[in-house]
Design a protein around this ligand. Structure first.
Ligand SMILES: [Zn+2]
Length: 156
């Protein structure tokens, strides 16, 4: 990094301040709490203007990596997760990625089937849900992977 880069970075760090959740630069409040008549720009981090600049492809990829790691590590809290084959670990992690662990924990009958390694039942429970109505094709694909332990992408 150039000397100019270092100087500007240190100064921006000091003067922009760091915010990990999006705020509006009119009042500096969390965006939902802003009551200004004229709304400022949606901003995050060290003064990143999300309205005009957004994020780069590289940054999107970094966020995705973080979210994938989070989903896998959250799924690891299910005590049978480590005993699953790769395809079914993928299914459960993808559900956690999509809806979060808290919502997945509401799939009681599916989780009971998972604990007993009854994957056809687990697949049927996945399809018998409001989640399936919302995500449709993705749920059908994941349920099929759950039922068979196979994926069209990962041939054995
Ligand atoms: Zn405001």
């Amino acid at each position: 990094m150039s000397e100019l880069h270092q100087l500007l970075k240190a100064s921006a760090r000091e003067h922009e301040g760091l915010r990990l959740k999006p705020y509006l630069d009119c009042c500096g409040r969390y965006w939902r709490d802003c009551a200004c008549a004229e709304k400022g720009k949606l901003t995050v981090g060290y003064g990143r203007n999300l309205d005009d600049v957004g994020i780069s492809m590289r940054e999107a990829d970094m966020l995705l990596d973080t979210d994938v790691d989070r989903a896998i590590s959250a799924a690891g809290h299910l005590d049978w997760f480590g005993r699953l084959d790769l395809i079914r670990q993928w299914v459960i992690s993808e559900m956690v990625f999509n809806m979060g662990l808290e919502k997945l924990l509401k799939f009681k009958r599916m989780l009971t089937a998972m604990a007993r390694a009854e994957y056809a039942t687990a697949a049927a429970e996945m399809l018998d849900s409001a989640w399936k109505e919302r995500v449709k094709g993705r749920a059908i694909r994941l349920a099929e992977m759950m039922r068979t332990g196979k994926s069209a992408i990962l041939k054995e």
